[in-house]
Design a protein around this ligand. Structure first.
Ligand code: NCD
Ligand code: ZN
Length: 346
């Protein structure tokens, strides 16, 4: 439902979220539970979440941190490594709370040291996933340090991703946090097995934003923001009405000290205003009528889940989120630092 000043959506899902653990988890999870019915929780803890048994313990800690009153369902993922056993795939298929494996090329991003060092190492596991109908979520960047950081996704798409799709045509794949025209076009052209998530920062900002008036570390994430032409391609994909493109924030909390450092950490924190940021991006394209499907329907359909019960309502109202939030003994600075937002969740 939409009038000039309010927008009501089905209770949405966040299909790509970093919650961390311990005090950090307790500091951030309420922001997501307030907006979303479910979130696909990334497994890049230290050490990573590699088995259904470890995921069960992590899920319990998340639910405890959420508290009893909130109705929030954490959808768990396992971290794919060179050593993942094919038996683990069967356990995932049998589990009702683990929904995917996450493929990180080793060294591609934050806490990806245990990732896959060569695609062929996981072929038996990918084959098992294809047979069991288990979804593969992919961080789509090559890791060769000589490859320009702005080209890493496009090169991954035409290389490793093409190869996976060719060799496992029935495997369901989500290309996570796409950032380029190449990735958007590839996903659109493939079978319905291939989908993608899109973050708010990649819909709202381009690579020039990182350097506007100085270096802005809170806009730094991986894959890094790209040229404006790519941002426009992502807007087109997100607002196209194609069920292949759906919401995944990639909200990735790091302490202020870790971001504002001589070697700053990658990851943008957006959970405090995720829907508001998507509403801003869709509204700027005059496509607010497309947000409900993108945020509340397409992801659930791809993962074979029912729609959430209930709704959320946003109002057109200018507000300024806090410049920082408590984060254990430290603070966290959100993506939105220093600016007003045009939509507010009621
Ligand atoms: C994520 C993190 O901090 O865990 N960082 C990021 O820049 N997106 C990892 C990831 O999803 O790549
Ligand atoms: Zn992520």
């Amino acid at each position: 439902m939409q009038d000039n000043t309010t927008l009501t959506l089905g209770r949405p899902d966040d299909f790509h979220l970093h919650l961390r653990d311990g005090a950090a988890l307790s500091a951030v999870v309420a922001f997501t539970a307030r907006q979303f019915g479910r979130a696909l929780v990334m497994p890049n803890l230290k050490p990573p979440v590699t088995t259904v048994a470890i995921a069960a313990g992590y899920r319990e800690r998340i639910l405890r941190a959420v508290g009893e009153n909130a109705s929030f369902d954490p959808l768990m993922t396992l971290y794919l490594t060179d050593n993942t056993a094919t038996d683990e795939v069967a356990r995932v298929a049998d589990s009702d709370f683990v929904h995917a494996f996450k493929y990180y090329p080793a060294g591609a991003t934050t806490n990806s040291d245990s990732g896959v060092s060569a695609l062929k190492n996981v072929y038996p596991v990918l084959d098992a996933m294809q047979r069991h109908g288990v979804i593969l979520c992919v961080h789509g960047e090559v890791t060769d340090p000589t490859t320009d950081v702005f080209d890493r996704e496009a090169i991954f798409v035409e290389g490793a991703l093409q190869q996976i799709v060719r060799d496992f045509p029935a495997l369901k794949i989500v290309v996570e946090h796409i950032t380029t025209r190449e990735a958007a076009e590839f996903v659109a052209a493939m079978s319905p097995n291939i989908a993608a998530t899109i973050t708010p920062q990649h819909l709202l900002y381009n690579r020039t934003s990182i350097f506007t008036g100085g270096i802005r570390p809170h806009l730094y994430c991986l894959p890094i923001l790209k040229r404006e032409t790519h941002r426009l391609a992502l807007i087109d994909a997100a607002t196209s009405g194609s069920p292949k493109f759906f919401l995944g924030t990639d909200s990735a909390p790091h302490a202020k000290n870790a971001k504002e450092a001589c070697c700053g950490a990658a990851g943008c924190f957006t959970s405090h205003a995720a829907l508001e940021l998507y509403a801003e991006a869709f509204n700027a394209d005059d496509s607010l009528d497309k947000l409900d499907d993108f945020a509340s329907r397409f992801g659930a359909a791809f993962y074979g889940l029912p729609r959430n019960v209930g709704t959320v309502t946003l109002r057109r109202e200018s507000w300024t989120p806090p410049d920082d939030f408590a984060f254990g003994n430290e603070t966290i600075v959100p993506l939105t630092v220093g600016r007003t937002l045009p939509w507010k969740l009621l």
